[in-house]
Design a protein around this ligand. Structure first.
Ligand code: IDP
Ligand code: MG
Length: 152
């Protein structure tokens, strides 16, 4: 097992539908630590950098519009094997195929409005955490898990 960080986004539809608390609760109840959390309006530049791997695909412009259209919640979720664990809590990309019990499987209907983003590899996790958060915005627990420390 490896300690990993995942960048989780509650996308615009999750915020508009009032599902942010429900989504956060699922990561907390699974035992992960939330070490960064903020509500923000996403710039075109950040959206395009975040989703750079999808540039040129037919859904790319719609995806950027979706994520920049209204405020979203960004958070850093960490723990042992957090990348795979968060992806299973989120469910398959297409909500119709997502397992019941996952976030997308319980609350989603269409791939274009699938509520949540979660990093897909440890490397993406680190890249995305650094893209979305400054070191001062992140917190870590000390070795005894007693005190919160600013990561920077
Ligand atoms: P993921 O979010 O499960 O990692 P990706 O393949 O990385 O899925 O796609 C990023 C996001 O792009 C998806 O979460 C979804 O919002 C959007 N997306 C992916 N495929 C389609 C599509 O075929 N139509 C519309 N939107 C799509
Ligand atoms: Mg992805």
């Amino acid at each position: 097992m490896a300690h990993q960080r995942s960048l989780i986004l509650c996308k615009a539809d999750a915020v508009e539908r009032g599902l942010v608390g429900e989504i956060i609760a699922r990561f907390e109840r699974r035992g992960y630590i939330i070490s960064g959390l903020k509500l923000l309006r996403v710039s075109q530049e950040l959206a395009r950098r975040h989703y750079a791997e999808h540039e040129g695909k037919p859904f790319f412009n719609g995806l950027v519009e979706y994520i920049t259209g209204s405020p979203i919640v960004a958070m850093v979720v960490e723990g042992e094997d957090a990348i795979e664990g968060c992806r299973s809590t989120i469910g398959a990309t297409n909500p119709i195929k997502a397992a019941p019990g996952s976030i997308r499987g319980d609350y989603g209907q269409t791939i274009g409005r699938n509520l949540v983003h979660g990093s897909d590899s440890p490397e993406s996790g680190e890249r995305e955490v650094q893209l979305w958060f400054t070191p001062e915005e992140l917190f870590a627990r000390d070795h005894d898990q007693k005190e919160w420390l600013v990561s920077a």
